[in-house]
Ligand binder design. Structure first.
Ligand SMILES: Nc1ncnc2c1ncn2[C@@H]1O[C@H](COP(=O)(O)OP(=O)(O)OP(=O)(O)O)[C@@H](O)[C@H]1O
Length: 278
């Protein structure tokens, strides 16, 4: 473990990372540090490299160059299988599709075994922990409902509970609010906020999103990616500025800030120019 006697190692420390796929750098010169226990965001437009970064950090995409340390362990020197027990990547449109008859609480409990189905005996402690987590994510009332009948917003919160059941030190949420309506989105953001504030030792949370509106106030640091490179990195108030974001999103926009939340505004006067780009 890293540390050098000055507190815990960062949850993520990435230095000079680059990834080549199909003869193209999809990530290049990435330096990224995430302090332990922080809630941070990776922001950027479609194709900027956010999911690739999440896959690098979770050990599913091996970088072409650079160094990756996660939870103090250096990739190349650590058993990735063991390290992955301490981190969870949640993706609403990922591979996870539970059997239709499984209830929300059963799905949450499968997180302890890393399986899709519930094939092993469940201890009373595991059931109690799954119930506690489903309550935290606001799913107490639908615990015994089948996963298939949950709304998309309820499903993602169920998957967050599933990820938390094994007490990960690092939680990567890849576009958890994609495709959700306003209420469902806000419920996911409230879940993230309360996770960050809950208990004495919350996991480090990395939230991946396209949209400023999807950053809860818990986010203390934002890294903006653009075409596989870091375009800006710092506290939200420093990097979430209209001028910078207009360049990254190729769209003239203004940024507003209220109660720890950020909002973007694009004037309809700019639409004509956007359509001319083809
Ligand atoms: N395995 C791969 N082989 C080739 N190209 C890839 C591969 N994985 C990702 N890419 C490319 O790398 C770029 C970054 O993709 P990535 O999915 O990381 O971006 P993103 O910011 O998460 O995008 P989105 O917001 O649309 O999900 C894209 O141009 C994508 O097509």
């Amino acid at each position: 473990m890293e540390g050098k006697g000055t507190g815990p190692a960062p949850a993520i420390a990435v230095r000079g990372v680059g990834v080549v796929r199909d003869g193209r750098w999809i990530l290049k010169d990435i330096d990224w540090t995430v302090p332990t226990g922080a809630c941070v965001a990776l922001l950027g437009p479609n194709g900027s490299g956010k999911s690739s970064m999440a896959r690098v950090v979770s050990g599913y995409l091996w970088p072409t160059e650079g160094e990756v340390r996660v939870l103090g362990e250096r990739f190349g020197e650590v058993n990735l299988q063991e390290l992955r027990e301490s981190l969870r990547l949640v993706q609403p449109h990922g591979q996870f599709e539970p059997p239709p008859e499984m209830t929300a609480i059963q799905v949450a409990m499968t997180g302890a075994f890393g399986t899709v189905g519930l094939y092993r005996e469940v201890s009373p402690e595991l059931r109690a922990e799954a119930e506690r987590l489903l309550e935290i994510v606001g799913l107490r009332a639908v615990m015994t409902h089948s996963y298939q009948t949950l709304s998309n917003g309820e499903r993602i919160r169920c998957l967050i509970a599933r990820a938390l059941v094994c007490k990960p030190r690092l939680l990567l949420l890849d576009e958890p609010t994609a495709g959700l309506d306003l209420l469902a989105r806000e419920q996911v953001l409230a879940t993230i906020q309360s996770l960050h504030q809950s208990g004495e030792d919350p996991p480090t949370i990395v939230l991946i999103t396209h949209h400023l509106e999807e950053l809860p106030p818990a986010v203390s640091h934002v890294t903006i990616l653009d075409e596989g490179r870091v375009a800006a990195d710092g506290p939200p108030g420093q990097v979430l500025r209209g001028e910078l974001l207009s360049k990254v999103y190729r769209c003239p926009l203004e940024v507003a800030h209220h109660d720890g939340r950020y909002y973007t505004r694009v004037s309809p006067g700019a639409w004509g120019g956007l359509l001319k780009r083809g």
